[in-house]
Design a protein around this ligand. Structure first.
Ligand code: NAP
Length: 311
């Protein structure tokens, strides 16, 4: 079962986690897309050295080799790390899934990952077959835990129905500029954690007046308030930065606590900002059912622009 534990583990940066079906997911991780090459190796290494223990990659990021190299160079023991990778939707046929997972492990130079996710729903392969394949991969020991990403409420219900192993999380876009209450509630119903990607709205939290005002009261930045708002709800965050100077800022979020009024104010703003985006939800659902994954990425970028324009 999912158990939020945002405050109890420690006020320090690296060892707070949420528990879901036996998985201890560190509350702060490093997102690595679209980092590549030496920059990626170095930021991963520095992040591990300053205390990050959770690292997020995917086969489609084409940086698993660099993420693995950065982790090895850090000298941090493997059993202290929580490494997530994601299988691309084009590899969901059961045999493909196992092959793609083995390829990811070869690139990472690991014998298993901590969490393996289905990157996007893919209606082109029956969900029952994909989940059977994912569970088989877990049983062969290639991953300690499994989960999904970008799954809607309906997708989650289907996935849970066909999964013989616990699904520990749904990794979704979540930040103070979006209302994700419905999908979050569906995850909680099934004991799944929510992991927030784009948790600072791709940097937008840095310039947001509400977050900056709240942050001033604690000597914190808007980015830190955005991340704190998420972890205080028991939602692990995986902000990405290419700058070592920002690594500490993005994980120093356990030495202050937002009041209930501040949490509600940020949530209300998220609901207001989401209204326009929600009107576009039927279009988004249709696109997920009919378009290939690259086309969905382009559409998502357009929708993000619409949201920014309307907020
Ligand atoms: N499952 C999925 O489908 C999916 C989709 C998207 C992302 N993700 C994962 O989630 C991770 C994070 O999401 P994201 O990269 O989209 O967005 P994000 O983490 O919300 O924002 C990253 C942006 O914020 C800037 N930034 C970072 N720290 C900052 C700070 N302290 N002050 C000001 N600006 C700051 C970064 O610039 P600098 O580099 O210059 O610092 C970068 O431009 C990705 O790297 C990836 O691992 C998953």
């Amino acid at each position: 079962m999912f158990s939020p534990n945002p405050n109890s583990a420690s006020s320090r940066r690296s060892d707070a986690f949420v528990e879901s079906h036996g998985a201890h997911i560190p509350l702060v991780g490093l997102g690595t897309s679209p980092l590549r090459g030496r920059d990626c190796v170095e930021i991963v290494q520095q992040a591990a050295r300053v205390g990050y223990r959770h690292f997020d990659t995917a086969e489609s990021y084409e940086n698993e080799i660099e993420v693995g190299e950065g982790l090895r160079a850090s000298g941090v023991r493997r059993d202290e790390l929580f490494v997530t990778t994601k299988i691309s939707a084009s590899h969901f046929a059961p045999r493909e899934l196992e092959r793609a997972t083995k390829d990811s492990l070869t690139r990472l130079r690991l014998s298993e990952v901590d969490l393996l996710l289905l990157h996007w729903p893919n209606s082109g392969v029956p969900i029952s077959e994909t989940l059977a394949g994912l569970c088989a991969v877990k049983r062969t020991g290639l991953t300690r835990h499994i989960g999904v990403s970008n799954f809607t409420v309906a997708d989650i219900q289907e996935a849970v129905r066909y999964s013989s192993e616990p699904l520990v999380c749904n990794q979704i876009e979540m930040n103070p500029f979006l209302d994700r209450s419905e999908v979050t509630a569906a995850c909680r119903t099934h004991g799944m954690a929510v992991v927030a990607y784009s948790p600072i709205g791709r940097g937008r939290a840095n310039n947001d007046a509400l977050l900056a005002r709240i942050g001033r009261g604690y000597g914190k930045t808007g980015v830190q308030v955005s991340l704190r708002w998420l972890v205080q709800q028991g939602v692990p965050v995986i902000p990405r930065t290419s700058r070592s100077t920002r690594l500490l800022e993005n994980c120093t979020i356990f030495d202050f606590e937002l009041s209930e009024a501040e949490m509600s104010e940020i949530s209300s703003a998220a609901r207001r900002r989401a209204r326009v985006a929600n009107r576009l939800a039927p279009l988004r659902a249709f696109a997920h059912k009919t378009l290939p994954v690259p086309a969905i990425s382009v559409l998502r970028a357009c929708l993000r622009k619409v949201r920014q324009f309307n907020s």
